[in-house]
Design a protein around this ligand. Structure first.
Ligand code: 5GP
Ligand code: SF4
Ligand code: MG
Length: 460
């Protein structure tokens, strides 16, 4: 999240981060600037736990960037919380990064040979160290130079004491949008950048456009300027943003997530319908697809599982123990709805299969006579290196078992996944200029050269 030209930039960023909390819950932070000084405050936990009125008062200025983190590389520690700031001959630069770089080792070694002292174990710091060590003369050239040297997924916002930068990797893996709040009485407009457009709504910012793959935008006193640092790569935006990650009230890659997700449900019903009495989503991630499935199949929809909203997203916490505990804390069946019914459960994905098995058991124990599971994407057979924390191949159930074996493992009466062509149709249908997507976790075909080979070894 970034904001330029607002008298209360830190507070606006705080509101924006609130709407982006689902993208990371381990740590959060805001950096602000008033044209002279840059301040930052970071902490572990939720945005609401880190920031109070008193804390926000320590972040004056009309420029701010902010971040919520869930770790995919680097430890889950305060040290790695963002924004990360580095002071160099180019002045102080702070960065907030969503995504995951893949050519870390080489870039980091080269920088350390050049004398870079890394403060964190996070991949994101590499980008600003590259900027700090770049030989180009202007800051914007140094940034473009740095971004050409890293491979992988990066949607980033950066700030100096008087400017904001926003950029996306040439594949456009992660979303990043630009919004605008019109200035009142002839005052200049306020510019906002956020991973998802849902962050704009609370700020009354109007969605203007996406930051394009390979684009670097600068906002300064002279207005907004844009350039492309790399145009040689085909777009490969993360299709899993539409399946699970983003909020349905966001537009990502120029497309409403709600629209894609409802279509996934409709397509699932067309591809693998089964006679039943009730459609039940696994909340919250399965809800929108389940509504689509119910519409298409004509089978009634109801909330047969209730989620306790005071427990965080279990998958996002890295400790296995927390996850197991989390499932039981998080979901509870509604016996009065499920008793005596043939139930179709809709969820977005099966990763290890352990959650799904618990849920199927729970629904059966609550009196369902049949439990069919439908998944709104293809089997997850390969890990993600671009910012989604999927486990390595040996822990991905679909990399190691057939659909029939998974069905037996989770103890469902039937199991079906959405086809890859079906999914692609759901995420492009009706678009004048359809996106092209990364689908590597379903196909094993990675759009970057670098992948972590140790993660894609099959189970032995
Ligand atoms: P499993 O059955 O594999 O143990 O758990 C699957 C559940 O984890 C699904 O309900 C899915 O919504 C949830 N989940 C939460 N976070 C993630 C994530 O980052 N990736 C995937 N694939 N699933 C996630
Ligand atoms: Fe998204 Fe999957 Fe590609 Fe990762 S591998 S970027 S989760 S589509
Ligand atoms: Mg879920």
């Amino acid at each position: 999240m970034a904001i330029y030209n607002h008298p209360d930039a830190a507070r606006m960023t705080y509101w924006g981060l609130y709407s982006l909390q689902h993208r990371g819950q381990e740590s959060g932070g805001i950096a602000s600037a008033d044209g002279q000084n840059v301040n930052d405050i970071k902490g572990m936990g939720l945005v609401s736990e880190i920031f109070t009125d008193e804390v926000l008062a320590k972040l004056p200025g009309h420029i701010a960037i902010g971040h919520t983190r869930y770790s995919t590389t680097g430890d889950s520690a305060l040290l790695n919380a963002q924004p990360i700031s580095v002071d160099s001959t180019k002045g102080l630069i702070a960065i907030a990064h969503n995504g995951n770089l893949v050519n870390l080792g080489t870039a980091r070694e080269r920088l350390e040979r050049d004398g870079a002292l890394f403060q964190t174990t996070s991949d994101s710091e590499i980008i600003i160290q590259l900027i700090a060590h770049s030989k180009h003369s202007t800051l914007v050239d140094c940034i473009a130079d740095s971004l050409r040297q890293v491979e992988g997924a990066f949607s980033i916002v950066m700030m100096t004491r008087n400017r904001i930068f926003a950029a996306r990797d040439p594949h456009g893996f992660r979303p990043l949008s630009m919004g605008r709040i019109p200035g009142v009485d002839g005052a200049p407009d306020t510019f906002v950048f956020a991973s998802e457009t849902c962050a704009f709504d609370l700020l009354h910012a109007k969605y203007e456009r996406d930051v394009k793959p390979g684009e670097l935008i600068m906002v300064s006193e002279d207005g907004v300027t844009s350039r492309y640092f790399d145009t040689t790569t085909e777009q490969a935006s993360c299709i899993f943003e539409h399946v699970y990650f983003a909020r349905p009230d966001s537009k990502v890659f120029g497309r409403w997530v709600q629209q894609s997700r409802a279509e996934m449900g409709r397509q699932l019903a067309r591809e693998s319908g089964v006679p039943a009495d009730l459609i039940v989503p696994v909340p919250d991630s399965g809800v929108t697809a389940a509504i689509g499935y119910a519409e298409e199949s004509g089978i009634p929809f109801n909330l047969g599982l209730i989620r306790n909203h005071y427990v965080g997203r279990t998958f996002i916490q890295p400790e296995q123990r927390t996850r197991d505990f989390g499932v039981r804390m998080k979901l509870n069946p509604v016996r009065s709805l499920l008793e005596g019914k043939r139930v179709i459960l809709i969820d977005d994905s099966i990763i290890r299969g352990t959650t799904s098995r618990k849920i199927v058991r729970m629904v059966r124990a609550a009196g369902a006579t049949e439990v069919h599971l439908r998944i709104s994407c293809p089997p997850t057979i390969s890990p993600c290196f671009y910012g989604v924390d999927t486990p390595s191949k040996k822990d991905l159930i679909a990399a190691n078992k057939s659909v029939k074996e998974i069905c037996e493992f989770i103890e469902a009466d039937s199991l079906a996944y959405l086809s890859l062509n079906g999914l692609l149709h759901c995420c492009t249908e009706g678009d004048a200029e359809p996106n092209t997507y990364c689908t590597a976790c379903y196909t094993g075909n990675y759009p970057t050269q670098w992948v972590d080979v140790s993660e894609i070894l099959p189970a032995t």
